[in-house]
Design a protein around this ligand. Structure first.
Ligand code: NAD
Length: 406
């Protein structure tokens, strides 16, 4: 299997086959502007020293400051961060927000760190990255295993180092330190808005059976929003296992269960199934909301969902894309489906720079307008070009980036 960056470049080249872009423009997008690797030393609670490898990839800033989250994961490496940074460039262009793309990470299993160690690591990342980030340069945010609390440590460290108290250098912060209303559920909510437009285009029922892979910030919020809108979430998974309940899972209760038990397996009234089985369940819509490379050559032919909406980044490999397209299963790509997160992050940045605080309803209204318009545009483009929604989204994004570059 290719690494996520190879997959990302393959997607770029495939879109270029449908609509030919200028060679020189395209060659610039085959590599990032800058890759930064740092070694973060931490004195652990037992007095020993541990050194963690951290990254920031600044991919392209033709449309605005680099923008993208920071991932803490034991398998995170530079290839993954580069792919995620590349997708951010396209995602910001899809959402038509004034941002370029970047991404950060640390190779670490944060579940093995105490809270003090986690805070030292997060402040350490900022100490080493401070010369290269900033409100008008590069604006990080949360991603897998990074939380609003981690963002608050980071923004505080940046203020100490630089004296910048706008808090605009980091988004996804708690409300008390300049966070935006609605940032928590923004990615899941944006994904729901996208799904709602596509559902109507495909004449799918008002109440669909949904399966959600991943029960973190994105997956849990999406699952709850879906049930609030009359859909039935019949299966959910996290890294420790999956559960199935034919007549629908009560997501509010599952969230409480997870808080207490730190896993979803064993949720009363549901049946435990494997993570692999979850992906193959018959359903109207499957929402991958965990990690990359989940739907691949070996399982794509067995997918029974009628529609896939990628809330995670890079969950479907290009080989799987082909199999799904041939089977008539539309895939709504990550760069559209999860663009709600970076859109509200950009609203947060704008509020910080202007010294404003918008209401939740204002945030959601602005988000819905952007998502509805862009989903409509991309879906229609896919019909016009007789191609899949991913290639259509890439083409619209590339047109915008090319204009800005020129
Ligand atoms: P998170 O850390 O809050 O949650 C990740 C979830 O995935 C956890 O429930 C974890 O247990 C689960 N998981 C991990 N491996 C799994 C596996 N093999 N099978 C099933 N579940 C598994 O992270 P998040 O912020 O919810 O991010 C999820 C995805 O969405 C990532 O791809 C991320 O890049 C993408 N994304 C996040 C945001 C955001 O605003 N947080 C925005 C855009 C895209």
């Amino acid at each position: 299997m290719k690494n996520p960056f190879e997959n990302a470049i393959l997607q770029l080249n495939r879109a270029n086959k449908i609509k030919k872009f200028d060679d020189e423009f395209l060659s610039r997008l085959h590599q990032p502007d800058r890759e930064i690797r740092v070694s973060i030393p931490i004195t652990m609670d037992d007095g020993s020293l541990s050194i963690y490898e951290g990254y920031r990839v600044q991919y392209n800033n033709a449309r605005g400051p680099y923008k993208g989250g920071i991932r803490y994961h034991q398998n995170t490496d530079i290839a993954e961060v580069k792919a995620l940074a590349f997708w951010m460039v396209l995602k910001c262009a899809v959402a038509n927000i004034p941002m370029g793309g970047g991404k950060g990470g640390v190779t670490v299993n944060p579940k093995e760190l105490s809270k003090t160690e986690l805070e030292k690591l997060s402040r350490g990342w900022v100490k080493l990255m401070a010369p290269n980030i900033g409100p008008k340069v590069d604006v990080p945010a949360p991603d897998v295993n990074t939380t609003p609390e981690i963002m608050s440590w980071m923004v505080d460290e940046y203020a100490k180092i630089t004296g910048d108290t706008t808090n605009a250098v980091i988004t996804g912060k708690p409300i008390e330190v300049g966070g935006s209303e609605g940032r928590g559920p923004a990615t899941g909510l944006g994904g729901f808005y996208v799904f709602d437009v596509i559902r109507k285009k495909l004449n799918m029922p008002e109440s669909c059976n949904a399966v959600v892979q991943g029960f973190g910030n994105v997956g849990a919020n999406a699952a709850e929003i879906l049930t609030n809108h009359g859909h039935k979430v019949i299966a959910v998974s996290d890294s420790k296992g999956a559960i199935y309940k034919e007549d629908g899972i009560n997501i509010k209760e599952l969230k409480e269960y997870k808080k207490t038990n730190r896993q979803i397996a064993g949720f009363p009234g549901s049946k435990n199934i494997s993570n692999e089985e979850l992906l193959l369940l018959p359903c109207d819509v499957l929402f991958p909301a965990a990690l990359e490379n989940q739907i691949k050559k070996d399982n794509a032919k067995d997918i029974k969902a009628k529609l896939i909406v990628e809330l995670a980044n890079g969950p479907t490999t290009p080989e799987a894309d082909d199999i799904l397209f041939a089977s008539g299963i539309p895939v709504v790509p990550d760069i559209l489906a999860n663009s709600g997160g970076v859109t509200v992050s950009t609203f947060e940045w704008e509020q910080n720079l202007k010294g404003e605080h918008w209401s939740e309803s204002e945030v959601f209204e602005k988000l819905k307008k952007i998502i509805d318009e862009e989903t409509e545009l991309i879906y229609n483009k896919s019909i016009e070009l007789k191609t899949d929604i991913r290639r259509a989204a890439f083409i619209i994004a590339l047109e915008r980036i090319e204009k800005a570059t020129k």
